[in-house]
Design a protein around this ligand. Structure first.
Ligand code: NOJ
Length: 538
């Protein structure tokens, strides 16, 4: 493997197709919409885009319920639109990563329909986890496993059997012990590799294999701990067998030219368990959710950064960094709360509201810190505009299955999925030709529109663009950190740049040197205000 492979320091921009840009005016984003906005990504200066699922799907979990892995949902366009998108991206020097959802299919997938039709004991049911229930008439679920979205992880079908779904009832888990299932996904990989994709983001990468016999587990769904520690590994997560799958996929990717890559979504801790997914013959990267969840204090951020770097070192992999995605409260809102306030269930009308100015200030500081770190960084659409969460979305508009399965206890993830504002004075702020969008945008979002920020000094869009330019020219993604002490500061040197973030309550003096970029205005005496990051020429 060359040390110059593109993904080792890439900045990868997540496009959520439903909400990026709507070319056909149906209120939902589409592939032609994405293609029409690629110049924005090229000007921003990212290396690649990763698209969340656009495959045929009943959309019960916003496309993470795939009914056909080798096509495009008519809502999003056609395979020709996909090819045109890839060509337009390549023409702008952008790589394309697609989402792969192997843990479960949609209940609309031909395999699941066949399983329902074929009945108990059939070959077709082998592809999933069908079981008899407990109790005299099998009226109780086969075990106590809970769905990540709330409620039991089992649903009963009319003939009395139950099937396993770790997520929504419309997302039956596949049986990865079956060679046929493995072969299908190898074919799917090849299908998209042949169409020119540069990589895959692997959904629920820690979930595919279940402990044999499906032993009971009644605890809530929590991030896991290592075996031998206080808790045993939950029987549905991080089983050793998953690694054989990724080794096989790696061989497939390596048989193609052009450094194709895989990044795993694996909610696994501690770092040594996570590192197993990115051994040299498995995936290339895994999302660093410990970093995303690290509290906003100097000590916690420093620990998250140094532990992350140390965690991947033994396997020779690169770190990834991420602050926002389609499953968490946007960091411009998450950081606008007092320390210790959890936003895990989302934010809605009637919930405590974030301090918007504080959130944005910290978000800009956090992003500049993140973009100064060695490895690969992931951005989520709209964060370059300083977009906050929609924190007052009316409950009646919610679409996330979490909201329904938790019986309206968990607000869910709709607030970070609201369509992007492109133009301040246009219907749906330029998201599409019409006024409608599948989730309503807050009325005042014109102030975050891309055209209101482009070229405006000090705007969040200008900050991201400049940070990405400097990151590239100083090769920060390939650097090594040399740490300085400082109680309320994160302070290190990465090659030619000294990076300082002030987590304290009072301004901190800056060392001599030219301030190349700062996330907010410096104090009149040139010191660094609280919740601000500066990059100084070292
Ligand atoms: C993780 C995805 O990011 C999330 O959006 C989805 O709901 C679950 N996996 C289930 O596929």
């Amino acid at each position: 493997m060359s040390s110059l492979v593109w993904w080792r320091d890439a900045v990868i921009y997540q496009v959520y197709p439903r909400s990026f840009a709507d070319a056909d005016g149906d209120g939902m984003g589409d592939l032609r919409g994405i293609t029409s906005r690629l110049d924005h990504l090229a000007e921003l200066g990212v290396d690649a885009l990763w698209m969340s699922p656009f495959y045929p799907s009943p959309q019960h979990d916003a496309g993470y319920d795939v009914a056909d892995y080798r096509d495009v949902d008519p809502r999003f366009g056609t395979l020709e639109d996909f090819d045109a998108l890839v060509a337009a991206a390549k023409a702008r020097g952008l790589r394309v990563v697609v989402d792969l959802v192997p843990n479960h299919t949609s209940s609309d997938h031909a395999w699941f329909k066949a399983a329902l039709e074929a009945g108990p004991g059939s070959q077709a049911r082998e592809r999933y986890h069908f079981r008899k229930g407990l109790g005299p008439d099998g009226e109780l679920p086969p075990n106590g496993w809970q769905s990540v979205f709330g409620g039991p992880a089992w649903t009963r079908v009319p003939d009395g059997e139950w099937y396993l779904h770790l997520f929504d009832t419309s997302q039956p888990d596949l049986n990865w012990d079956l060679a046929e299932v493995r072969q299908m996904f190898v074919d799917v990989l090849r299908f998209w590799l042949d169409r020119g994709v540069d990589g895959f983001r692997v959904d629920v990468a820690h979930g595919l294999i279940k402990e044999s016999g499906l032993p009971d587990w009644t605890e809530a769904q929590v991030p896991i701990t290592s075996p031998g520690a206080e808790h045993r590994t939950p029987p549905m997560w991080d089983q050793d067998g998953v690694h054989d799958i990724y080794r096989e996929w790696r061989r497939v990717l390596d048989s193609y030219d052009g450094d194709r890559m895989m990044v795993g979504e694996a909610w696994v801790s501690p770092a040594e368990r996570m590192a197993r997914y990115i051994r040299p013959d498995e995936m290339h990267q895994a999302f660093n959710f410990s970093y995303l969840m690290a509290p906003w204090t100097a000590a916690e951020q420093r620990t998250a950064i140094t532990d992350s770097i140390a965690g991947v070192a033994p396997v020779g992999a690169v770190c990834t960094w991420v602050l926002s995605n389609h499953d968490v409260v946007r960091h411009a809102s998450r950081l606008g709360f007092e320390l210790g306030h959890s936003t895990q269930g989302g934010i809605g009308v009637g919930d405590p509201q974030p301090d918007e100015a504080l959130g944005l200030r910290r978000a800009r500081a956090a992003t500049m810190l993140m973009l100064s770190l060695p490895g690969s960084a992931y951005l989520y659409q709209g964060e370059e505009l300083g977009l906050p969460e929609h924190t007052t979305l009316p409950d009646g508009e919610r679409q996330d299955p979490t909201w329904f399965r938790s019986k309206h206890e968990v607000r869910g993830r709709d607030g970070c999925r609201v369509p992007v504002p492109w133009q301040q004075d246009a219907p749906s702020f330029g998201f599409g030709p019409g006024a409608a969008s599948w989730l309503p945008q807050p009325a005042d979002w014109g102030r975050f529109a891309a055209d209101a920020e482009r070229g405006v000094p000090g705007s969040t869009l200008s900050l991201y663009t400049e940070a990405l330019r400097l990151r590239r020219s100083y090769e920060l993604g390939r650097g090594v950190l040399e740490w300085n002490d400082g109680d309320d500061l994160v302070d290190f040197r990465n090659g030619g740049i000294r990076v300082i973030t002030n987590f304290g309550q009072v301004p901190a003096p800056l060392p001599p040197g030219e301030v190349l970029l700062a996330s907010g205005d410096l104090a009149a005496d040139g010191s660094l205000p609280p919740d601000t990051t500066a990059w100084i020429r070292a």
